[in-house]
Design a protein. Structure first.
Length: 217
């Protein structure tokens, strides 16, 4: 069961785009709310344990938790809701030229449960640019979503396809407490009627890619 965060004042869109108006539900309607959702993503630096990556609302209530399995043959991360139910599982295709990742429904890694494929737009890139293809987009000529920005600055923006319509954007939040506790914290604003579980799954992919040093930003 999802525990939606309380409504927040609508933030202003980035000058490089406009807010997506058409509702987008990928994982489930319970994750699409009629108001903007602000989520805080916190990672304990150098942590490989359960709970090293947490997603909370503005009241510090846990919404999602990522459990990581990084020392196995296949890199796998599972996103759980607050009740401990698996929402999505992210895996990486080893030796892929473009850092390809797969997002599956629940705890599955079966092809029939594939939600989307995420790959780097270019082999070498100074800024973060990811192409996201939904499972039914088998030709993968045009991405359904794009992620652009600077991961090191935590200023990435998620767009609908090749348009300038913004689904969500992130920015870094540094506090004295987070520095002393060895935590990396950033905020993600998900706009109205956009599936925030899907957005967080893309953030998990971003974290995985950049945690391995595959991208400069």
């Amino acid at each position: 069961m999802a525990f939606p965060p309380p409504p927040q004042p609508q933030p202003q869109p980035s000058p490089s785009g406009t807010i997506q108006l058409t509702p987008i539900t990928i994982i489930g309607p319970q994750y699409s709310l009629p108001y903007p959702v602000d989520l805080a993503c916190t990672r304990k630096v150098l942590s490989l344990t359960d709970g090293g990556f947490l997603v909370t609302d503005v009241n510090d209530t846990v919404i999602f938790k990522v459990k990581e399995k990084l020392l196995s043959v296949h890199d796998k991360r599972t996103l759980f809701d607050a009740a401990g139910n698996p929402v999505v599982t992210v895996t990486e295709k080893m030796l892929s030229m473009h850092g390809r990742h797969f997002v599956y429904r629940g705890a599955s890694t079966d092809e029939k449960d594939l939600i989307c494929t995420v790959k780097q737009s270019k082999l070498l890139q100074w800024k973060t640019t990811l192409d996201v293809f939904l499972a039914n987009n088998t030709k993968m000529n045009v991405p359904d979503f794009k992620v652009k920005g600077s991961w090191s600055d935590r200023s990435c923006v998620i767009y609908a396809g090749e348009s300038n319509n913004i689904l969500a954007q992130m920015h870094k939040k540094t506090t004295i407490q987070s520095v002393f506790l060895g935590k990396d914290k950033f905020m993600v604003t998900v706009y109205p009627n956009i599936d925030y579980a899907f957005i967080i799954s893309l953030i998990v992919v971003l974290d995985d890619i950049n945690g391995e040093g595959q991208s400069s930003e």
